[in-house]
Design a protein around this ligand. Sequence first.
Ligand code: FRU
Length: 501
Amino acid sequence: MTSQTLREARKYEEVTGKAIREEDRPAFHLSSYVGWMNDPNGFSYYDHKYHMFYQYHPYDSIWGPMHWGHAVSEDLLHWEYLPAALAPDEQYDRDGCFSGSAIELPDGRQLLMYTGVMRERTLEGGFCELQTQCLAVGDGRDYEKYEQNPVLDRTDLPEGASVHDARDPKIWRAKDGTYRCVIGNRPADGSGQILLFESEDAFHWKFRKVLAENHNRFGRMWECPDFFELDGKQVLLVSPQDMLPHGFEYHNGNGTLCLIGSYNEETDTFTEEADQAIDYGIDFYAPQTVLTPDGRRVMIGWMQNWDTCAVSGPTSRELPWFGQMSLPRELFIRDGRLFQKPLRELEEMRSHEVRHEQVTFSDVIRLPGVEGRQIDLEIELKAGDPEKVYQKFAVRFAQNGQYHTAVSFRPHESVLKIDRKFSGSRRAVIHQRRCLVRSEEGRLKLRVILDRFSAEVFVNDGEQVMSATIYTDQAADGISFFADGSVIMDVTKYDLVRGQV
Ligand code: FRU
């Protein structure tokens, strides 16, 4: 039975969502059907399609009572909206259906596992949230909440675990056919930990162990865990809140963290070996992964971040939608690090190839045919004179007389910077971010994917990625290159065209 709350949301989004013109949305990134979107939820492959649910407040382009929006796709690049899947319509989730995940049950139904939120008055007169884990079962379109919800509540948590910060279940099926899920939680030391639960049937759960502990190393509370095997290693992705900066690796505020290690399935023990940021740009948070039918581990993140999205500003009010997902990225491990490449199907959207080889320059140049706002741009750099490596290289895009966004590289410091200060933003949020990249003698490979409202920069074949949203006027579609010192560059540009797949 669909509740009144969900029926209203579905009606509202149908009428208002339809009225949004296609050209006012990203062309191949999923955006909110209408209103606000944050985290990807329930990213899964079910009934021959990819399903993406998302944190959703249809009624406004700012965060509000969380619903689950829903879209499906055959290639992860062309999305079709389905009616909202969940609404906050039960006692235990009356203040929000927070993030979670999805899995196919052996009987062919799809199971959603999410966090139910209930706000309660505290004795001091304030409010606190009670977070529990809940289930809904459905057919890929309509979902029925489980009558025995919540399936994990305060009685299932270990000692010292906060009931106010216990959320974002990620469920998977173990090799022996039983189920596991991890949630983000705040232990007594106020930082973050990942709790592991187990179940025979995906409906009855019990606490297994603390899978990973933050001990205040990487921010405090860890949100939105994902945990999977990749190239013989085990990977734990989390999104820490309240981070302190650490060199160029981690920045202040909400960040992303990838822990790489090993996993003993018998004892459910995760042993950390290495840590790194997931995305080094401005807008990325709460990623989730899916295993494709052909065995690729693909990640999509929320291409915004709580600390940089200026939710009170005009950006979020000028568009009838706010929030978009990142490109789907294929993950792999190389040299003990997480690498990301744009989903290979993106290449099927390429058209109008323009190539310039061995362009030698030491000032500002433009290249014939290299422009656009929905493009795939490959750049390979080397020093014009290896004895005297250039000082700086920059590519400016989304450019006209007034606006531009720049990616610049200083080989002597090995620092790559993205700067959207002149992108048209009217808010005092972060506009620049830098990261350390691997480069010798000024060599660097960049692949810049532009959609209407974003730039994703893949460095050195996916060793690092920097993502940023840019809400620049679409008429600003120029591209220019700058070099201080002599640079030799190969450039290939493709337009990315919808509907070719
Ligand atoms: C992360 C997050 C989750 C929570 C959701 C609420 O961005 O804070 O932890 O489930 O957003 O919308």
